[in-house]
Design a protein around this ligand. Structure first.
Ligand code: ADP
Length: 261
């Protein structure tokens, strides 16, 4: 049986992934739940991107940046500055009104509606409001993305259990979300975002509803994930959180982006 400590689980996985990696740099069949990206270019790139809703003024203006593979960055700025909008562009749930966005080397404007779900699987998102389904258990919520793809439960059951243990929900996997605390819901939402082994994880105010010790714990989880190869973008205005890591800060003010490496 696999022990639920980070160290042992990941040491095994790193070895396993490196032995089973396919030529696309993705996992081979039967491999457990995370990837070690081997790509060298930016996973996501913005060049002079602008976004306006309807006929309004531009919410984002001339935004240019890259999310390099295996990078860790905070996206910050005052409320209404456009953080959620930027995350939606990163997740491709919005199209820019001008400029160029390239996702995994592909021009966003040329990604067809058929390709979009496949590309999105490589981007995990933790939404501010968790978006857990209350009638499904924690385990079922986390497994849902795999279930809707028609995967056989036997092929992913162990991965889901290991992931739940990794986020500290090993004892809570059979309860329904209404019974979970805010912090537990947050961790379930993180687990669900990770189950498809994304190359990038986007988190919108992940510590917005939790106390400082749990916020530190969540941050450690994101850092551990990053250390294992996933690029992480955390939208937050929690200064205490940002002060704990010497990470790149992308600061939005009035729709413009400044980057502090
Ligand atoms: P933040 O996440 O930094 O608080 P948002 O991206 O949510 O900022 O919002 C940036 C601006 O865009 C705000 O002025 C907000 O009112 C506006 N906005 C956000 N979503 C919409 C929308 N769907 N339609 C029109 N305006 C929107």
């Amino acid at each position: 049986m696999v022990k639920a400590s980070l160290g042992s689980v990941f040491a095994e996985r790193i070895l396993y992934v490196s032995l089973t990696m396919t030529d696309q740099g993705r996992r081979g069949p039967g491999c457990a739940w995370f990837v070690i990206p081997v790509k060298v270019g930016a996973v996501i790139q913005f060049e002079n991107v602008g976004l306006r809703y309807g006929m309004g003024t531009e919410v984002l203006r001339d935004v240019s940046f890259q999310v390099p593979p295996r990078s860790f960055q905070f996206l910050t700025g005052p409320s209404g500055a456009g953080k959620t909008t930027l995350l939606r562009l990163l997740f491709m749930s919005l199209k820019p009104t001008r400029g160029l966005i390239s996702v995994f080397g592909k021009d966003r404007a040329r990604i067809s509606p058929r390709e979009l779900p496949l590309m999105r699987r490589r981007i995990g998102v933790v939404f501010q409001d968790f978006r857990l389904l209350d009638h499904l258990t924690t385990y079922e919520n986390v497994a849902l993305p795999l279930r809707v793809r028609g995967r056989d439960e036997a092929s992913y059951r162990q991965d889901v259990i290991e992931l739940l243990k990794w986020v500290g929900l090993g004892e809570r996997m059979h309860v329904l979300p209404p019974v979970l605390s805010g912090g537990e819901k947050q961790r379930a939402a993180i687990a669900r975002a990770l189950i498809e082994q994304p190359d990038v994880l986007l988190a919108d105010e992940p510590t917005g509803n939790v106390d400082p010790p749990l916020a530190r714990r969540l941050l450690r989880l994101f850092m551990e994930l990053n250390r294992l190869g996933t690029a992480v973008v955390i939208a937050t205005h929690d200064l205490t959180l940002m002060d704990q890591v010497d990470a790149r800060r992308m600061v939005l003010t009035g729709g413009r982006l400044d980057i502090y490496d």
